[in-house]
Design a protein around this ligand. Structure first.
Ligand code: KIV
Length: 288
């Protein structure tokens, strides 16, 4: 059975840390399924790490649906949360339609959207219709063209605004809130004032949990390594080595070998193609 919203709340109540990681395809979802990570985010960060864009802005709702389907096929235990994309929730009606797509076509169990007080009525509508919503405050990547990529909440007014935003999302029925790129002490203070869990990224250890991008923690994305991440593996180098070895073996004809090939008996081949056809390459095998 997949992680339920009640499991997530219980984890906060018991002081158990919540772990979330992004995934965008079947194979990575299968790998996550081999762990006990309870939350997967099909994030619009795929705009950068999968599509090679410079921000999340170009990502469309149909692309998130596509990746959500793949992730759902590969995972069986985690709650899968999918991102509502830039300009896909400009009104409650549009949000309902697009959240509906993510859940009905993609199959995810919850959606995430960016914004606080101004998004609260939309969150309320979604929740009233049975759509679990995760909020996202602080550095909200879909607004990068307005706010730049920097730590948020460093002034009195902005810190107060973030708390107000978090309380508004909670009151509207959000089941958790991502806090991205805000000072650790502010994230902790907000976390302590909320009943629902906070999930940090670049927000210190005082949140109830942490979310990180698959490619960042596994060393698969080299365009930009944010300070708030940590590489737990260097899969990029491992893959590069493997690809070079593969290319070398193909060029020197040590791959594929007979074990990777299939056989046909010489008589059948001669009968099919004529005498000369049995002059096969060095590694080809003809069973007699
Ligand atoms: O899209 C994403 O991966 C996110 C995380 C950075 C929280 O929103």
């Amino acid at each position: 059975m997949r992680t339920q919203l009640s499991d997530i709340q219980r984890m906060k109540d018991r002081g158990e840390r919540l772990v979330m990681v992004t995934a965008y395809d079947y194979t990575s979802a299968q790998l996550i399924d081999r762990t006990d990570i309870p939350l997967i985010l099909v994030g619009d960060s795929l705009g950068m790490v999968v599509q090679g864009n410079s921000s999340t802005v170009p990502v469309t709702i149909d692309e998130i649906v596509y990746h959500t389907k793949a992730v759902m096929r590969g995972s069986s235990k985690a709650l899968v949360v999918s991102d509502l994309t830039f300009l896909s929730y400009t009104s409650p009606e549009q949000a309902i339609q697009n959240a509906g797509k993510l859940m009905q076509l993609g199959g995810c169990g919850a959606v995430k959207l960016e914004g606080g007080v101004t998004m609260a009525p939309t969150v309320r509508r979604l929740v009233d219709l049975g759509i679990p919503v995760m909020g996202h405050l602080g550095f909200t990547p879909q607004s990068v063209n307005q706010i730049g990529m920097r730590v948020q909440g460093k002034t009195v007014a902005h810190a107060r605004q973030l708390l107000e935003d978090a309380l508004a999302l909670e009151a509207a029925g959000a089941f958790a809130i991502v806090l991205e790129l805000i000072p650790a002490a502010l994230a902790k203070a907000i976390t302590e004032r909320l009943h629902i869990p906070t999930i940090g990224i670049g927000a210190g250890v005082g949140c109830d949990g942490e979310v990180q991008v698959w490619h960042d923690i596994l060393g698969l994305y080299s365009d930009h390594l944010p300070r708030h991440t940590k590489r737990y593996a260097d899969l990029g180098s491992t893959i590069e080595q493997a690809l070079n070895q593969y290319a070398h073996e193909v060029r020197e004809r040590s791959f594929p070998t007979a074990a990777n090939s299939s056989v046909i008996d010489a008589k059948t081949l001669t009968e099919a193609l004529g005498e000369q056809s049995v002059s096969l390459g060095a590694n080809a095998k003809v069973s007699v």
